[in-house]
Design a protein around this ligand. Structure first.
Ligand SMILES: Nc1nc2c(ncn2[C@@H]2O[C@H](COP(=O)(O)OP(=O)(O)OP(=O)(O)O)[C@@H](O)[C@H]2O)c(=O)[nH]1
Ligand SMILES: [Mg+2]
Length: 476
């Protein structure tokens, strides 16, 4: 089924979605219990929070009192933003209208330097949706767009999350159809697709963007033919997920293609699609760039090829400069051991570039600081290789080329084990952890509270195993 609007749905489902779920009074009620009674909070859908958690909602009265929510949200809309100040007002207005009656909330995960959080703060009191902002300081912007979305998942109070761009290329009016498809078909993921029936990619700017979109879509489907069977728009940034189906600990988001990351790393998922028309950017400038393209190709490669195989490939490619360098220098009259030492330095630089680009996930910190450790460890393998080389050539009469090759094969196994342990070991809990109330804050307390099924800063208590409970280090 590819529903395109709630009009396609049976009456009972439309009623479920559109029922009088969330009147949000603009004047403060006499406490939340009164508000819940007045709002006729429905008990026929599972709540992600126990009812007694609701009075603890973090509010900064009195100006935001109109955002009191008598029931826990059933749909969290996560909007990653980077310099979208001029799009905030129309976006929030359209979301407010589109989500009327859906018990929704909006969470901005913001990496902006243009005053986007201030724009949100200005518009927030004028809409009835609860709106939260998690602004990431420049040093915390791990994983770019994908990292922001992953952090957004951790903040969702609802069982379903919709990811939507902040520039209005994705129509908020399609969100009810995404939710309807999820509820109707018990789907884990509902993808807003430009290439499904009813969809259109006409908002893509220019032939090159069209080619990049269809080409990368094809590449992904070739790389994961079974997992992505029936998915027409792997590159979509507009989708709904059942939050409990997201394995945040398994995500290594790097840049734009968080949907690919999700689909490739999660267990079996029930996937549906809903066609939508991709619009032109409303205002502001695109954040897409050539470097995002390179990030995508790298990520696709590492999702597809296991790390030891990638390491072996890089190591194998390093034998080319090593062998070639040794042969040339030896030919020029250098002793074969001296030639091996020099050629090894070239191969180490080559391997380091390969490891950084293709083998290990992006790590924070400077490459210049990683290189000495990498070079020392790789030079240490000369301690093994040189005596082996001397034995092979001097004692057993192998040619310099063959002996170099054999010694390299022995060294590559040792090197993988040592490099993985010493240079690329993952820092514990490296990801900056979002706070649900909107400012970067006490991430350690938040993390430990959630791990125990305890309380979140801002006073929302979470039962153990609640949606969004997954480990919080996924965005490192
Ligand atoms: N938090 C966060 N959001 C980002 C980042 N990069 C892009 N975004 C947001 O992600 C959404 C998609 O980015 P766009 O720049 O619109 O990329 P695009 O849609 O591929 O490009 P255009 O078609 O030119 O708009 C927008 O809401 C951006 O503000 C980032 O590094 N961090
Ligand atoms: Mg865009």
């Amino acid at each position: 089924m590819t529903p395109t609007s709630t009009g396609d749905l049976p009456d009972d489902l439309t009623g479920l979605l559109r029922g009088p779920v969330l009147p949000q009074p603009r004047t403060p009620p006499d406490g939340l219990a009164g508000a819940a009674a007045a709002g006729g909070a429905r008990a026929d859908l599972p709540l992600p929070l126990p009812a007694d958690a609701i009075p603890d909602l973090d509010l900064d009265p009195p100006t935001t009192a109109h955002r009191l929510v008598p029931v826990a949200p059933r749909l969290s809309v996560v909007v990653p933003t980077r310099n979208e100040a001029h799009n905030i007002e129309p976006l929030l207005r359209r979301l407010d209208e589109a989500l009327r009656g859906l018990a929704g909330e909006v969470i901005f995960v913001d990496d902006s330097d243009d005053g986007t959080p201030e724009a949100i703060a200005r518009v927030r009191p004028t809409v009835s949706l609860p709106v939260r902002v998690h602004h990431r300081a420049p040093r915390d912007r791990v994983g770019g767009l994908g990292g922001a979305v992953s952090e957004g998942f951790a903040l969702c109070a609802a069982p379903y999350a919709v990811i939507i761009d902040g520039d209005l290329q994705h129509p908020p009016e399609t969100i009810p159809a995404l939710l309807a498809a999820a509820l109707h078909d018990a789907a884990d993921v509902v993808i807003g697709s430009r290439y499904a029936p009813g969809g259109s990619a006409s908002g893509l700017a220019g032939t090159t963007r069209h080619l990049v979109s269809t080409g990368s879509n094809l590449l992904c489907r070739l790389a994961f033919p079974r997992r992505l069977r029936g998915v027409s728009d792997v590159m979509s940034g507009f989708f709904l997920v059942r939050v409990a189906a997201v394995d945040r600990a398994g995500l290594r988001p790097d840049g734009y293609k968080i949907l690919l990351e999700l689909l490739a790393t999660a267990g079996p998922l029930r996937i549906r699609e809903v066609g939508y028309a991709f619009a032109e950017r409303h205002a502001g400038a695109s954040n897409a760039s050539m470097s995002e393209g390179v990030r995508f190709v790298r990520r696709l490669f590492s999702l597809r090829v296991p790390r030891p195989a990638r390491f072996a490939l890089v190591g194998a490619s390093g034998t080319v400069p090593n062998l070639f360098g040794t042969a040339v220098l030896h030919h020029l009259g250098l002793h074969y051991l001296a030639a091996a030492i020099l050629a090894t330095q070239v191969a180490i630089a080559w391997n380091f570039a390969g490891c950084e680009l293709l083998v290990w996930d992006r790590l924070a910190g400077s490459r210049l600081r990683r290189y000495p450790a990498f070079a020392i460890i790789n030079n240490l393998d000369l301690v093994v290789r040189l005596p082996l080389l001397a034995l092979l050539v001097g004692r057993w009469g192998f040619g310099v080329g063959t002996a170099t090759l054999l010694s390299l094969a022995a060294a590559v196994i040792i090197r993988y084990l040592v490099v993985e342990r010493l240079v690329y070991r993952r820092r514990p809990a490296g990801s900056p952890t979002p706070t649900p109330s909107g400012t970067a804050g006490p991430s350690r307390a938040f993390r430990s509270g959630r791990a125990r099924g305890g309380s979140r800063p801002g006073g929302l208590s979470w039962p153990a195993g609640a949606p969004g409970e997954e480990a919080t280090d996924a965005a490192t």
